[in-house]
Design a protein around this ligand. Sequence first.
Ligand code: GUN
Length: 273
Amino acid sequence: MIILDGKSVSQKILQEVREIVSKSDKKPHLAVILVGEDSASKIYVKNKQKAAWQAGIRSTVIELPESVEEEELLDKIKELNDRVDVTGIMVQLPLPEHIDKFKVIEAISPMKDVDGFTPENTGKLAIGMEPYFYPATPQGVLMLLDEYKIPIEGKNVVIIGRSNIVGKPMAQMFLKRNATVTVCHSHTKDLDDKIKTADILVSAVGKKIVRCKMVKKNSVVVDVGIYRDSDGKLTGDVDFDYVSKSVGYISPVPGGVGPMTIASLMYNASKVY
Ligand code: GUN
């Protein structure tokens, strides 16, 4: 069994991004909008700032109060779209309930949409055109698999979770790489049977769902889930201690997909259109 070491691969990517940025005369500048007081979001944003600094990318965090009007947030995005010194924009999700997240995402210029969430970028991905940006988490997963030279073409890939941030774009990106893709979710029947078919299993659910007997021997298991268990310990969707005994490759939590997502976002942020 080989551990997919996202922590060290992400450091390598950040270093590569740093070199690209230092050699380019177009200087990237990432603007991150953080609305409200969500504690997890605050930590994510801090980590993104730290990674930007490591990668030599200028970053600015714009903090808006929980009570901010949707119109004010949309105006802020318009202002950032128009600013020539800002090359990337991301709005940390989730947003407060009174704000329509789709309106917010749609307001971001596709050429500055480093999250790859706008309809133009997701649509391009879906029809096989080249988007300006691929979403950070699925792109980070593929960077990790590629680093370990894990073949994808013709493989059976099972994804658990159908979110716009992970499951759906992950499926599109595996299809683009000629895998056979099954997307499972909360209404999927016979989940265990589907999981058993996976040469590559990607779980993005947020609860302990992948147990030992479910996985195929020598398969690749990528754990995108991250949450705190009842003891307050950071953990993922996969029962690591047992599953790791039978698989070929497995990503740990923490130290797997989490740091890869941030490195992948910095790779996106280094692109200047
Ligand atoms: N919240 C959780 N993951 C993400 C992400 O990848 N991008 C943004 N903007 N918000 C998130």
